[in-house]
Design a protein around this ligand. Structure first.
Ligand SMILES: NC(=O)c1ccc[n+]([C@@H]2O[C@H](COP(=O)([O-])OP(=O)(O)OC[C@H]3O[C@@H](n4cnc5c(N)ncnc54)[C@H](OP(=O)(O)O)[C@@H]3O)[C@@H](O)[C@H]2O)c1
Length: 299
């Protein structure tokens, strides 16, 4: 990565120009920077302005934008899985991918609450339809996605079991998990079974093992990368809905998140904040795989 001076982006009639105050860093940013993740899809746009998750202030709006005004504080995940161009002082963002930042939430907390909880919202409500009383397992409950997933599953009334290392046990329980599994000393399939829903944030054989603890008719959603056919067939053979999903930018979903953040149902845990000039350190932190909650870069 390198810093460059570029022109302030032009906006279309449906877009707003946002002065970026905070950016959240995701594993997909790190993978794409390393030539994986979305790098293949975006190869025509190289060199990329990376990033998708922002919170900031509208400084200009397109002719057809009616929902927002100049000066509004907004947040959102911009153009995912396309070219977001969020690592910048100014971003051109489609107005229908943003929501007003709730009062009382910082730009850091708002920027955090974009790609990660959108994934959770779309997985739990649009794909899996998790219901009150169901038993759910969330892998990596301390991570960016997982810490929102635990809170959201509790909000839906589910019984929540979450994994993390023992160092993050108290954090995961403080989010509302009913049970914690230290994945380093316990194999989860030895202690749970008959689950309604599993969120696989780890991939590889973790998806396969998750199928073994899910009941017939249950769902396992995997998010780290595509699944091979053997595994999707194994899910089918067991009568389990097992598949990969990719989060998508959506202003209505952002508004749902804004409501949950505004009324205190969801809270962002920002564990580390870096200055824009130290973006490389922010990437190294996320690349470590040990991040608790979210990593934020501020401008
Ligand atoms: N498909 C999509 O739309 C989509 C959307 C969002 C994210 N993702 C993908 O989902 C994955 C997770 O994203 P994220 O943002 O949550 O990552 P993250 O914040 O970097 O996750 C870090 C957390 O993972 C935990 N962890 C690492 N290995 C673990 C294991 N074997 N079992 C349980 N916990 C473990 C760590 O806890 P300990 O230190 O306690 O081990 C740490 O808290 C990434 O691969 C990301 O690219 C996909």
């Amino acid at each position: 990565m390198r810093l460059s001076e570029v022109a302030v982006p032009e906006i279309s009639a449906e877009e707003v120009l946002v002065q970026v105050k905070a950016i959240s860093i995701n594993p997909v940013d790190v993978k794409t920077r390393a030539g994986k993740g979305l790098a293949g899809r975006l190869k025509e746009s190289m060199p990329l302005i990376l990033g998708w998750d922002i919170s900031g202030v509208i400084v200009k709006k397109g002719a057809h934008v009616t929902d927002f005004a100049e000066g509004d504080e907004v947040f959102g995940m911009v153009n995912f899985p396309g070219h977001g161009k969020a690592y910048a002082e100014f971003i051109a963002a489609p107005a229908n991918q943003l929501a007003l930042k709730p009062a009382g939430i910082s730009h850091e907390e708002a920027a955090a609450a974009t790609l990660a909880p959108l994934t959770v919202l779309q997985a739990f409500t649009q794909h899996a339809n998790v219901q009150a009383g169901q038993r759910v397992l969330i892998h990596a409950g301390a991570g960016g996605v997982g810490h929102y997933a635990v809170q959201f599953a509790k909000h839906l009334g589910a019984y929540v079991i979450a994994t993390s290392s023992v160092a993050n046990r108290d954090f995961v329980l403080s989010l509302g998990a009913d049970e914690h599994i230290d994945y380093r000393s316990v194999r989860f399939e030895d202690v749970v079974s008959d689950l309604d829903f599993v969120l696989d944030t780890i991939g590889g054989d973790n998806f396969d093992r998750s199928l073994d603890v899910t009941k017939t008719g249950g769902t396992v959603i995997s998010i780290p990368s595509g699944l091979n056919e053997t595994l999707t067939q194994k899910a089918k053979d067991k009568g389990i809905n097992g598949y990969f999903i990719l989060v998508k930018s959506d202003g209505k979903d952002m508004q749902h998140l804004a409501d949950l953040l505004g009324n205190g149902t969801l809270r962002s845990h920002v564990s580390k904040t870096f200055a824009f000039e130290n973006m490389a350190q922010a990437h190294e932190q996320v690349e470590s795989g040990r991040t608790v909650g979210k990593v934020i870069v501020t401008l």
